[in-house]
Design a protein around this ligand. Structure first.
Ligand code: KIV
Ligand code: ZN
Length: 506
């Protein structure tokens, strides 16, 4: 560990901070997102499985469907505690209680701008409502979190009075929301230090990302004594979103050495699940979980990584820790060492001169903006080295797919595997899923599809698409391959067949 960092964060080592996830509530308020009932249940199971302490399952008073969902999530009887959100009115609290939640999260706006323009109550009235509503909640529930909405823009002397009122009335934890994401990390540290000194109650923090400071502000709050953080998967949430769970957790675990109870090796998987359900992609450069986080292209970097992975990675966060994978990628900056490593991994050993030609060809293709997969590299190497690839293990002869609004998507495949003909059918969640399952069904080796990305190359409903996939063989080695065309299913099939032949190349 770098000495400066170790020195600064030593005082936090082995401390504990609990994780409160609001993907299902604030996250679902992301414009354009609406999880289905089944997706919400699956998200709740996933969050609980990875060690989230409390799940904010929704806002029961907002609709009948929302109330039924929160109640159903509570009935799953998960390890995580289930929380429901409520405004400071009894009907909202009752809606939460009807769902039998473990915790009621009640909020009221406290900044002058929100107080005057949303609930039109005086400062004294807000204090009285806070006192009354928390006493009411505590008559019926063991756990009550109180949020002073827009806390950071509230007059801080008044904010302290609000939090003291909440604590005296029985709030079990107080939440400090930076509702419009305007505080700075040093401001947050000053505010939380003051609240910790003047209010005797555990502190939770909820930061929005309007200026990109949500994670930094959350960490600053932890530095000042907050014992719980509110986060969402992939930073979903109102406007620019909330603090991202993966980033917040990894900063605490790896830099501060604070225990969060999160199964870090499941972070990438969780991020991908939410990306699939929300329809919001993960940018390649997204910290911790993005595709590029452990990818190395440039000559100097790849060379360093081949010698010692900590040269150009943090070291205190490895791909294995977060369920990611390290990759040397093929771009215009690729170097000889990386290309040689990638080829020798699959027992292709070019001479020095052959390697120079292969690297030049890779760079030339990549400079034209084309992304190269492992399959492309092997093909280039084969042609430069004069290897005849006349044996293809998997030869697709026919594929038929049936899909529609009243049929279960089904695919039937006829193919020759090592010269022998096979026919197999499979159903799936969609036509692509069915087709890929049918192909895997007649592939003798046990292969696992690890990644699947689809990209439209041109616009319009007749757009060309490019599918890239990553397939893991029986020995845990991952191979990339791609397929393209104007048909999503056939491009996906092509990518998978390419991967199978790549893995079984002779
Ligand atoms: O951003 C916010 O203030 C909120 C509250 C409901 C906590 O989401
Ligand atoms: Zn919020």
């Amino acid at each position: 560990m770098l000495r400066g960092i170790a020195f600064f964060t030593d005082s936090f080592a082995r401390g504990e901070v609990t994780v409160f996830d609001t993907t299902l509530r604030d996250g679902e308020q992301t414009p354009g997102i609406a999880f289905t009932f089944e997706q919400k249940l699956e998200i709740a199971r996933q969050l609980s499985d990875i060690g989230v302490r409390t799940i904010e399952a929704g806002f029961p008073a907002s609709s009948k469907a929302e109330k039924e969902t929160v109640a159903a999530i509570k009935k799953l009887d998960l390890e995580a505690k289930i929380c429901g959100l409520a405004r400071s009115v009894k009907t909202d609290i009752d809606a939460c209680l009807d769902c039998d939640v473990d915790m009621v999260h009640v909020f009221i706006p406290t900044s002058d701008i929100q107080r005057e323009n949303t609930i039109n109550k005086s400062r004294e009235e807000v204090l009285n409502i806070t006192d009354d509503i928390i006493r009411y909640i505590r008559q019926h529930a063991d756990q009550c979190m109180f949020s002073a909405m827009d806390a950071t823009r509230t007059d801080w002397d008044y904010l302290i009075r609000v939090f003291q009122t909440a604590a005296n009335a029985g709030a079990t934890i107080i939440n400090v929301p930076d509702t419009v994401g305007v505080i700075s990390p040093s401001g947050m540290k000053t505010l939380i230090t003051r609240i910790a000194r003047e209010v005797s109650c555990p502190i939770d923090v909820h930061c929005h990302n309007d200026f990109g400071l949500a994670v930094a502000n959350t960490i600053a709050a932890v530095e000042a004594g907050a014992s719980q953080v509110q986060v969402t998967i992939n930073g979903l949430g109102e406007r620019a979103g909330n603090a991202d769970l993966a980033q917040t957790v990894m900063i605490m675990e790896s830099i501060y050495r604070i225990n969060t109870g999160i199964k870090k090796e499941r972070l990438v998987e969780t991020s991908r699940l939410i990306s699939r359900f929300s329809g919001i992609g993960i940018p390649p450069t997204q910290p911790v979980v993005g595709e590029n986080v452990f990818s190395h292209e440039s000559g100097i970097h790849s060379h360093g990584i081949i010698k010692n992975v900590a040269t150009f990675e943090p070291g205190i966060m490895t791909p294995e820790m977060v369920g990611h994978r390290r990759r040397l990628t093929l771009g215009k900056h690729v170097g000889r060492h990386a290309v040689f490593q990638m080829l020798s991994d699959v027992h292709i050993e070019p001479s020095d001169t052959q390697l120079d030609v292969i690297v030049e060809k890779v760079k030339a293709i990549a400079s034209k903006g084309k992304r190269l997969t492992d399959a492309d590299l092997y093909e280039i190497a084969d042609s430069v080295m004069g290897i005849e690839l006349n044996h293809k293990m998997f030869d697709l002869e026919d594929i038929a797919i049936m899909t529609g609004n009243h049929v279960i998507p089904t695919a039937s495949v006829k193919a020759k595997v090592n010269g022998k003909e096979f026919i197999f059918s499979s159903v799936g969640n969609g036509p692509v899923d069915a087709a890929l399952h049918a192909i895997l069904g007649i592939t003798p080796a046990r292969l696992q599809l690890k990644e699947f990305n689809i990209e439209a190359i041109s616009g319009g409903s007749d757009a060309m698409c490019h599918v890239t996939i990553a397939v893991e063989d029986e020995h845990g080695k991952i191979f990339d391959a791609s397929g393209s065309g104007d048909d999503i299913v056939l491009s996906s099939v092509e990518a998978l067949v390419n991967a199978i032949n790549l893995i079984n190349r002779k």
